[in-house]
Every structure is written in C-alpha cells, then in structure tokens.
Design a protein around this ligand. Structure first.
Ligand code: HEC
Length: 131
C-alpha cells in the first residue's frame, strides 16, 4: 500500500469514527424475542390437516406405486437422510431421464410462501398438482 493510500485509509477510518452516530446507551439493549418452537403451520380451510391425512401422507411418501412404473417414491428424490433432498446436482426424473433442477430439501416446507426454485406455486396444494 502506498503511503498516500495509507494516509487516506487512516483519514477515512477517523472520519467514520467521528461522523457515524455511536449507539446510544440511553436506547438500552436491543430486545429480541426469545427462541421458541415455530408455531404450527396453518392449513387452508378447504384442506384442513387431520391426523388421518398426516398418516396417509407418511405412507404415500414411501410408496413406489405413485411413480406409475413402481420405481420411485417421493423419498427417491427427497431422502429423509439428506434433509429430504437427494444431494445430486441435478435430480433424476421419470425413469431414464434427468430433471433440469435439483430437489429442494423439504424440512419446514409447510412454512414456505413460494414453492419450486422459480416460486411458481404458492401453496402445497398447488405444488402437488404442478409438473
Ligand atoms: C424424480 C425426483 C423427484 C420425485 C420422485 C419427487 N420430487 Fe419433489 N421435487 C423434485 C424437484 C427436482 C423439485 C424442484 C422442481 C422445480 O423447482 O421446478 C421438487 C420440488 C418439490 C417440492 C417444492 C419444495 C420447495 O421448497 O419449493 C415439494 C413440496 C415436493 N417436491 C414434494 C414431493 C412429493 C410429496 C413427492 C412424492 C409424491 C415428490 N416431491 C417426488 C424432485 C422430485
């Protein structure tokens, strides 16, 4: 660093120290909300969450019959051991093809306001019917 540049840097640091407002002790400490579990996610009135649907969802998630030819289930690409993703740069797709994107992890997916990498779905109901 040249001497002129060093002087400018020192001047800038000193100016910043004098010109920037310092935190006022009168304002007191910043209070943050206490850490707590997330509230239960809301479900739309036309599709309320029930214990029966939760159990059915758990069963279907691991049922390969959903893929049509019996080779894949949701966990093929959304593996619970990988944060409900597949850890591949580009996911598999229907047998013998490749997707064009990777599988997002599904942890806390019920809280997301937009779904898919491009946000084209705004609810899980819409996402489930999308391609
Ligand atoms: C062959 C791989 C594959 C299978 C099988 C699969 N997914 Fe996905 N999933 C993906 C990919 C890739 C995306 C992202 C697509 C995009 O952004 O366009 C995705 C996106 C999602 C999302 C949106 C997540 C977000 O944060 O945006 C949900 C929810 C989801 N999948 C649930 C399921 C469920 C439930 C099943 C089973 C019924 C399933 N997926 C089966 C690959 C798969």
């Amino acid at each position: 660093m040249s001497p002129a540049r060093a002087v400018l840097l020192i001047f800038a640091l000193l100016a910043g120290a004098f010109l920037l407002p310092s935190p006022s002790p009168a304002a007191g400490p910043v209070s943050l909300p206490a850490l707590a579990p997330l509230p239960l996610p809301t479900s739309p009135p036309e599709n309320p969450t029930t214990p029966e649907k939760v159990n059915l969802g758990k069963m279907l998630f691991f049922d390969r019959r959903l893929s049509g030819d019996g080779t894949m289930n949701c966990a093929t690409c959304h593996d619970p051991e990988n944060g409900f993703a597949d850890a591949l740069p580009i996911s598999l797709s229907y047998p013998t093809t490749r997707n064009w994107r990777n599988s997002p992890g599904l942890v806390n997916v019920a809280y997301r306001k937009t779904l898919f990498h491009d946000g084209r779905a705004t609810s899980l109901e819409e996402q489930a019917l999308s391609r």
